[in-house]
Design a protein around this ligand. Structure first.
Ligand code: PHE
Length: 450
């Protein structure tokens, strides 16, 4: 077998994995889900769950991929004689497809906002006008579809011409720039009239708000944000050098991911309260809020262009990882050349994402039980499919894979983290499957948590 190429350097590894992990999940989804679930209490649980569940699972996915030197579906099959575990890879494939479909719609919104930023459209608008503009953008249907398809095309071009390597280089430079801009926005928000209210909302937990639903939403958001539970990190693990410390890679990536999410919250909520936007606005929350920030901010014209440009970039580096998971599956299972496999994937995503975009039109019939297809894909993946994927991955690693093999891989043959291995292993083997099972039981009403 051809030796798989590995990421060049430690910083290279972190930049590439960070590229998948940091994206719309941090800047778009985290604020809206935190807003929907009451703020501070949600954030607290989110942090706990990220360190005790997501990070150990990320290390586990890396280890499975690096040990098997295979893409997700094949990796699960390679490490056991029970071929049924291939099914776990299949759930991941389905999740990747659905995520890519609704994610491309939001990335399309970001592109439209980049375009509007160039025109300086919203700099002179008040908050009501901004909301109206957004609503008419969604209501038109076709405008949203065009941007979505444009975004899907950009991803397809990058993946089919193999320019991800260039993107890696770009990532190393631009991620820190993105970080600095968000910090600048936090400082700016500090001076807004709604800052105090926002600080209370984000930092004073109301424990009575913690329900089973909040736990599950926090877990789902954490998995989504860290790209866990669908095999993406298995695939990336197969490219990580055999010398790398997996604990360190996962830890660094997780801390960066959390920091960006929390900072986005701090940048956005003061404006949410200052401009009378409802924190429970749902998926549009950030898109209703950001133009108000840029309209008021010194240098808002330039900052808004940079911000939306980088947001589109952050989205693309995430969709690349999703397309990789799907392309590897299609080309291996259907024995297609890489280019043709990408074609199949992109055509499917183009169709599904168009349906997602159209389902958001106010009079759309693309609804099931009162929920539009976009929301269904968004909720089904984060709140059900990724947690199930994560739970099965934990069971697989804890109970099926040979413990010594896992230990050697995770600790890089005893070089790193030997002492924390047994703690992480216990989390993976017992705590994670049990906690996720309990959350599901409470979700379907078989168990009452509070
Ligand atoms: N983690 C990415 C984000 O935060 C989204 C993603 C989910 C990417 C799952 C790959 C796999 O935007």
């Amino acid at each position: 077998m051809r030796k798989r190429s590995t990421f060049g350097s430690k910083f290279g590894t972190i930049a590439v994995v960070g590229g998948s992990v940091i994206g719309l999940g941090n800047i778009w989804r985290f604020p809206y889900v935190a807003g929907d679930n009451g703020g501070a209490a949600f954030i607290l649980i989110y942090i706990v769950v990220s360190f005790l569940i997501s990070v150990p699972l990320m290390i586990t996915e890396f280890s499975i991929g690096r040990s098997a030197q295979r893409n997700s579906m094949r990796a699960f099959r390679k490490l056991t004689s029970h071929k049924r575990w291939g099914l776990l890879g299949f759930i991941g494939i389905a999740s990747a497809l659905l995520i890519l479909s609704f994610y491309s719609v939001i990335a399309g919104w970001a592109m439209e906002y980049l375009f509007e930023s160039f025109k300086g459209s919203y700099l002179s608008l008040g908050s009501e006008q901004i909301t109206q503009n957004f609503n008419s953008f969604i209501a038109s249907g076709w405008r949203s579809v065009i941007w979505t398809l444009l975004f899907v095309t950009c991803t397809a071009v990058i993946v089919s011409f193999g320019i991800e390597k260039g993107i890696e280089r770009y990532n190393k430079l631009l991620m820190p720039v993105m970080f600095m801009i968000i910090v600048g926005m936090v400082v700016n928000s500090f001076f807004m009239p709604g800052f105090r209210e926002a600080a209370a909302f984000l930092m004073t937990p109301d424990f009575s708000k913690i329900t089973g639903k909040v736990w599950l939403e926090a877990l789902g958001q954490s998995f989504f944000s860290m790209s866990i539970g669908l095999g993406a990190m298995v695939t990336y693990g197969s490219y990580i050098s055999k010398r790398e410390n997996l604990f360190k890679v996962a830890g660094t990536v997780a801390i960066s991911d959390l920091t960006v999410a929390v900072l986005s919250g701090l940048a956005i909520f003061p404006a949410v309260f200052s401009y009378g936007i409802s924190p429970t606005s749902g998926p549009e929350l950030v898109f209703l809020t950001l133009p108000n920030i840029f309209a008021q901010m010194p240098g808002g014209y330039v900052v808004s262009i940079l911000f939306f440009f980088l947001l589109c970039g952050a989205a693309i580096t995430s969709t690349i990882s999703l397309v990789e998971v799907l392309t590897a599956f299609v080309s291996e299972e259907f024995r297609l050349k890489r280019r043709s496999a990408i074609g199949v994937v992109v055509a499917t995503v183009a169709m599904l994402s168009t349906i997602c975009a159209l389902s958001q039109m106010p009079d759309s019939q693309l609804k099931i039980g009162g929920m539009n297809i976009f929301d269904i894909f968004d909720h089904a993946t984060s709140n059900y499919m990724l947690p199930i994927g994560g739970m099965l991955t934990a069971i697989f690693a804890g109970w099926i894979v040979n413990r010594t093999l896992l230990k050697n891989e995770m600790t890089t043959n005893g070089s790193f983290g030997v002492r924390i291995f047994s703690f992480v292993f216990k989390l993976v083997k017992y705590i994670i499957p049990i906690v996720i099972a309990i959350l599901f039981l409470s979700k379907i009403g078989l168990l009452k948590l509070s």
